[in-house]
Design a protein around this ligand. Sequence first.
Ligand code: ASP
Ligand code: MG
Length: 407
Amino acid sequence: MLIVQKFGGSSVANAERVFNVAKRIIETYDKGNDVVVVLSAQGDTTDDLLAKAAEINENASKRELDMLLSTGEQQSVALMAMAIQKLGRNAISLNAAQVGIESTSTYSNAKIKRICTERIQNELDRKNIVIVTGFQGINKYDDVTTLGRGGSDTSAVALASVLHADLCEIYTDVDGVYTADPRIVKDAQKLNEISYDEMLELASLGAKVLHNRSVEMAKKYNINLVVRSSLTREEGTIVKEECKMEKMLISGVASDKDIARISVIGIKNEPGKAFEIFSLMARERISVDIILQSIGRNNTKDISFTVHKADLKQAIAVLEANKERLKVDEIVFTDDVAKLSIVGAGMATNTGVASLMFEALFDAGININMISTSEIKISVLIDEKDVEAATIAVHDKFRIAHLSMKA
Ligand code: ASP
Ligand code: MG
C-alpha cells in the first residue's frame, strides 16, 4: 500500500515527539508500505516567525512572509529525516521546490495547481521514506508560497490524490473529530465517522481539526481520509462520502470568534442598494457571510452582514468612502460577536432541529443577533462573551435529544 501520513505541529514539537512520530512512521514502513510523510512546522514555530517578522516590519510584504514562514516546515522535514536515519531506515526530506508542488501566485493564500510525482516516485522506488514540507508551494516566478494557516492538511490530501495513495492519515493531538471542542464541552463525543459534507461545514465554521480545503479536495478525489492522534493508539475518525452510522440530528457544534458585524443603516428602500454595497465588498475581495436585511419602513431599510475580523477595517474604510454616494445615514460595526453553528446531515430529514437549538439558547439566556441556515447547518450570530456557554447549552440539548431518540 501507499500511505500518506501528515503530522501537525504539536506532534513534532520537540525531539522526543519527533522520535515518537519517527517510530510510528517506521512501523508503517516496516509492514512493507510505501510511506510519504507531510509535516507542519514544530509547535508554535509559525506564530513565532510571524512575531519575529512583526518586530522588524509590521507591514512586511506577503512574499517575504512566505519566504520566512516556509522555513518552519523545512526544519521539521530535515529533523524527521535525521531521526528516521538514526533509527536505521532510509529517509529523505524534500521541500516544495524539490518535489515540484506548483501553486498559484497569491502569496500567503496560494492554491495547489499541480504536483510532479516523479521525484517522490523515484525516492519511493529507492525504498526511501519520503518526508515532504506541508503548507508550501512554488509559483510561476519560482517563489515560495504558502497555502494559508493550517494548509499542511491540504498538502497531504493533494499528495495522496496525485500519488493515488490507498490512505491519507492526518495525525494531530486529539483522537479525532469531536461533536464539539472537548476543551469547552466536557462530554463531547468522538465521532467514528463523518461525511465529507459535514466535515467541510464543520471545518469552514470554525472547527480547527482540518483545513477546509483539504476536505474539499478529499471529497472531490474520494480520498480515504482518517483523523487520529499521534499520541494514542485510538482508532480516530474516518471522513468519507456516506456514513452508515445511525442518523443523528447533528454531528457537531462549532464556533468562530474571528468575525465582525457591520450594519448599514437608513438605506433608501429601492432596488439596487444591496447590489451596490456588496459589489464594493467584492471589489475589495472581502468575503461576506451572514446577511440580514430589515423590512423597509419610512422608505428606508437597514442591511447587516458579517465579515472576517481581519477584513473589518478595510470594509469600513470603503463603506465610509462611499457613504455619500450610497446615501446611507450611518455605518456601525462591532467585532464582539461570534458565530455558533450546528452541522448535521440528519437535519435535512428531521424537523424541529432549529427550534431545539433556539430553545437551548433561550434557556441559557443568550440573545441571537442573526440566523442563517443551509441544508445541513444552522448558524447564529451571538455576543462573543456567550460563546462557551452557548456551545455547552446547545451541545447538551442535542445530547439529550439523541439519548431520547435511542430510547
Ligand atoms: N505551520 C502552518 C500553520 O501553523 C501550516 C500548518 O500547520 O498546517 O498554519
Ligand atoms: Mg492543523
